[in-house]
Design a protein around this ligand. Structure first.
Ligand code: SAM
Length: 246
């Protein structure tokens, strides 16, 4: 399947769509599409559109939508994970990209006591989300939610579904492996990965007091982005094995 183009919902007018400037350049100059070509266009809100191009110029590419499918390439339910923004912009970009590839639908950007990294600018997050969505043939953009750790219960309550935040902690007891928890609680688990300096003892205590499990990924102290990719991959593996689809 070829990589889709991205056009936001406001690029659609009835059954017509006009590609944004950067996608137009890619379509006309790089891929050398011509009138009559049929391409895929995702809108970032779940629509996967088959489009026949009827105008292709250096500065304008548009066409008619001949078919639309919804939520192509998307997990059957929300997949929420949390990460404290990393100090390195490159490592943060890597984490966002891998989260999208592994099927995350909502990324909580955690403001914790030891968070030192900054939340990337919205346009940077958007660009990362679009590129990863196209690469993985998804149709819905990942949503970013800046939250304070203690405000998270409210955020999750607002989703209207039952989610269980789980604090990932390198000093969690040996009897609390994250994969076991995931096998028991499935999709409802929302793993939270701390900053480079880890969660503070007070944050770990507060999590326990709130009834949130504190879970381990084994005896090694992993980099935050490694722990994050591991929990996203474990989440994906659990979805594949319990539903036959991710
Ligand atoms: N506090 C530690 C230190 O500086 O010594 C390290 C924190 S670790 C680099 C960053 C985050 O990765 C942690 O807050 C935790 O969420 C996650 N993490 C790393 N290794 C882990 C493990 N073995 N089990 C569970 N979580 C882990």
């Amino acid at each position: 399947m070829t990589t889709p183009f991205y056009a936001p919902p406001d690029a659609f007018d009835g059954d017509r769509v006009r590609l944004p400037d950067d996608e137009t350049r890619h379509a006309s100059r790089v891929l050398r599409h011509a009138v009559g070509d049929v391409v895929a266009v995702v809108d970032g809100v779940g629509g996967w559109h088959t489009v026949r191009l009827d105008r292709v110029a250096k500065d304008r590419a548009e066409g008619v939508v001949v078919e639309t499918r919804y939520d192509a390439g998307e997990p059957a339910s929300r997949v929420i994970v949390g990460l404290a923004p990393l100090k390195s912009a490159d490592r943060m970009a890597f984490a966002v990209e891998k989260a999208v590839e592994l099927g995350v639908t909502d990324l909580l950007l955690l403001d914790t006591a030891r968070t030192e990294g900054r939340i990337p600018k919205p346009e940077r997050l958007h660009a990362l989300a679009v590129a990863a969505m196209k690469q993985t043939l998804r149709s819905r953009l990942v949503r970013f939610h800046p939250v304070r750790q203690l405000g998270m219960a409210q955020f999750l309550a607002d989703t209207g579904e039952t989610f269980l935040p789980v604090l990932l902690h390198e000093a969690a007891p040996d009897d609390a492996p994250f994969p076991t928890l995931l096998a028991q609680r499935g999709r409802s688990v929302v793993p939270l990965v701390g900053p480079e300096g880890g969660f503070t003892p007070e944050e770990v205590d507060a999590a326990r007091a709130a009834g949130w499990p504190v879970a381990s990924l084994g005896p090694r102290r992993l980099r935050a982005e490694t722990a994050f990719v591991a929990v996203c991959a474990l989440h994906l593996a659990a979805r594949i094995s319990d539903a036959g689809a991710a």
